[in-house]
Design a protein around this ligand. Sequence first.
Ligand SMILES: CC(=O)[C@@H](O)[C@H](O)COP(=O)(O)O
Ligand SMILES: NCC(=O)COP(=O)(O)O
Length: 239
Amino acid sequence: MTRLSVNINKIATIRNARGGNNPNLVQVAIDCERFGAQGITVHPRPDERHIRYQDVLDLKDVVTTEFNIEGNPDDRFIELVKRVKPDQVTLVPDAPDAITSNAGWDTIRNADHLRKLVDTFKSDGIRVSIFVDADERMVDGAKAVGTDRIELYTEPYATHYPDNQEAAIAPFVRAAQRANEIGLDLNAGHDLSLENLRYFNEQIPYLKEVSIGHALICDALYFGLENTIQMYLRCLNRD
Ligand SMILES: CC(=O)[C@@H](O)[C@H](O)COP(=O)(O)O
Ligand SMILES: NCC(=O)COP(=O)(O)O
């Protein structure tokens, strides 16, 4: 079964637009779980343009499914994650000024750095996932630094899916097979949507979890949050 973790960054974006507490991020997280989400993902960024560090502390007390914190492991992020002790931390190499995540780690060039990070989080009992492109060398590099999981960066899949599904999925199938062969569990995320999710999940049987934010929150404007989460869950149902 592939689990759906709802990324609530965009809820914080809307809240921050007016400076108050509407929508209430904590209540939305509780409601996402009530509507069927099997995890909550947040991606605090140094400028706190959506998720604030305080939000992560507040969410720790209410998330009852899987809590996944994603981000670039600078000192403040490391301290936050070690304080909150979520179920999973996903390490993402995004620059502070990036509009959104735009690449996976070079797990070979950054091996020493990643190994230390993996050790520090695992020593606190936090599962570690490393964000990587669909490249078997990067998958092998992730395994070598001791991570529990990888998250495949799916933006290239989402971009090419409308033109050629088979070509778009091919590198992801190869990377997923490699991860499975060497005993790495597999997550995926970025720009997954109602259009492209079902095919991705069908083609990659080893998938443990997808984290989805942008498209899901956009869809919720039309279909409502409960309906939308149920629609995404149906895309993940392989029966
Ligand atoms: C790692 C990843 O792909 C997502 O966390 C994505 O970066 C969402 O972040 P934003 O909501 O800031 O775009
Ligand atoms: N890890 C990916 C994520 O959390 C959500 O990415 P997106 O759906 O907002 O592109």
